[in-house]
Design a protein around this ligand. Structure first.
Ligand code: NAD
Length: 418
């Protein structure tokens, strides 16, 4: 990935490009392209064998003008300061794009969790939560799951916070298990918004979604749910991949069976519902109608973008295109539904979870899904309105202009203190 840009530079470039369209002062742009605060930690944790290991960990609070900082916690060996800063900034614009009352934050620990036992992961998570405690809270900063974290880790963070604070405060974190105050529909929310964004984009571009073929890179929470829900709409999901490689079937894969196979064996490799096995590069460049990158950032570089066979890309992952790849797809007239809209279902249902926690009242799954659809469709329409009425080159810049305007307005109304 020769043109893989530092993700923080990608974020700044995206915001500056949108800022130029809406004519913001340089000082405001500077403020809205840099985090307000970063917590950087060395966590010392006792391992099962009695030894001590030290882990680098971070929490970036990018902007809180529209509400509490909000964003996930990632466990991955590649987690670093720059990545966390970028991801926290994307959360600001994602929350503004779907118009929920949050700012943006993100955190992570540089760790490969498969190398640790469950009790070690629990101690690492609780050590991190102890350090986060002074800066998080239902009205301050609300963590959520991201890559390699889920309900289990969120339940531990909530419990650590509540134990140290001597209170109950389920709204301090979202993405919890249902019995710990989680919301119906949260696990599927990101994949559901990817499905809704794909459906809306096909309708806008005048393509029959039921005739569409789709390839999905990354078969974790976001990718596998998006694949399943698109499959339910009648789409042929012909190829899916994970870090072990890609599988293909011309007639469409059984997306549920593929997920079950991956859950049981740990990878898609050897899935017998596929007629062919090929590389991840093959998947990204194959001739399909819709490509859904749902793994990690910078997955599609300039070289791949030149060869991408799809004419619609829906970004389930955060930042899956390098900036040169983004430019090439725009030049090639490939429509891209940006991450800050397509994968915003996770944070939108996190918002519903937080609302339910504050009211101590649980919604039905149907209500959650209906409300989510309303938020995503409204955000899509606001993006199209900007795309058609402003001189912007693509959907991404259109969506950023809408989001940036909302953040800039809140920032201006708050003023600078002191
Ligand atoms: P996950 O850990 O559940 O799944 C990631 C998947 O990507 C795994 O199947 C992994 O094998 C695969 N993968 C990793 N490297 C790969 C490669 N080089 N090629 C192909 N596959 C590869 O993570 P997730 O929660 O699904 O998150 C995926 C992306 O979606 C991330 O960018 C994340 O930030 C974004 N996202 C997730 C959520 C959420 O609620 N889960 C919300 C918003 C955005």
């Amino acid at each position: 990935m020769g043109d893989a840009t530092d993700p923080f530079e990608s974020l700044q470039q995206q915001v500056r490009e949108a800022a130029a369209e809406i004519d913001l002062d340089d000082g405001v742009v500077e403020r809205l392209t840099n985090p307000e605060r970063i917590l950087e930690l060395s966590l010392s944790v006792k391992m099962d064998d009695g030894s001590v290991e030290v882990f680098d960990a971070y929490r970036s609070q990018f902007n809180g003008d529209r509400g509490p900082y909000k964003g996930g916690i990632r466990y991955h060996p590649r987690v670093n300061r720059s990545e966390v800063k970028a991801l926290s900034g994307w959360m600001v614009y994602k929350c503004a794009a779907v118009n929920i009352p949050y700012g943006g934050g993100k955190g992570g620990i540089a760790i490969n969790p498969v190398n640790y036992s469950a009790s070690e992961i629990e101690r690492i998570t609780r050590a991190y939560a102890k350090e986060l405690r002074p800066i998080i809270g239902a009205d301050r900063d609300i963590p959520a799951p991201d890559v390699n974290t889920g309900q289990r880790e969120m339940n531990w963070i909530k419990d650590t916070y509540e134990t140290l604070e001597g209170t109950t405060e389920p709204g301090v974190v979202t993405g919890k298990g249902i019995e710990s105050g989680g919301s119906a529909g949260r696990v599927e929310a990101t994949g559901r918004s990817v499905m809704l964004a794909t459906r809306e984009a096909c309708a806008y571009l005048d393509r029959d979604i039921q005739e569409a073929t789709v390839a999905v890179q990354g078969y974790g929470n976001a990718g596998s749910v998006a694949a399943k829900l698109l499959d339910d709409l009648g789409v042929d999901v012909v190829a899916v991949s994970d870090s072990s490689g890609a599988v293909y079937s011309e007639d469409g894969l059984d997306t549920r069976a593929a997920k079950q196979f991956k859950t049981e064996t740990g990878s898609l490799s050897g899935f017998d519902g596929a007629t062919e096995k090929f590389s991840n590069d093959d998947l990204l460049t194959m001739d399909v109608d819709v490509l859904i990158p749902a793994a990690l950032e910078n997955a599609i570089n300039a070289d791949i973008a030149e060869r991408t066979g799809a004419d619609l890309v829906v970004e389930a992952a955060n930042g899956p295109l390098t900036p040169p790849a983004d430019d090439i797809l725009t030049e090639r007239d490939v429509a891209v539904v940006p991450d800050i809209l397509a994968n915003a279902g996770g944070v939108t249902v996190s918002y519903f979870e937080w609302v339910q926690n504050r009211q101590r009242f649980a919604w039905t799954e149907q209500r959650v899904n209906d409300e989510l659809e309303r938020y995503i469709v409204e955000a899509f329409e606001s993006m199209i309105d900007a795309y058609e009425n402003r001189s912007v080159p693509n959907f991404r810049v259109a969506m950023y202009t809408v989001a940036l305007e909302r953040v800039a307005r809140a920032s201006k109304e708050s003023g600078i203190w002191p």
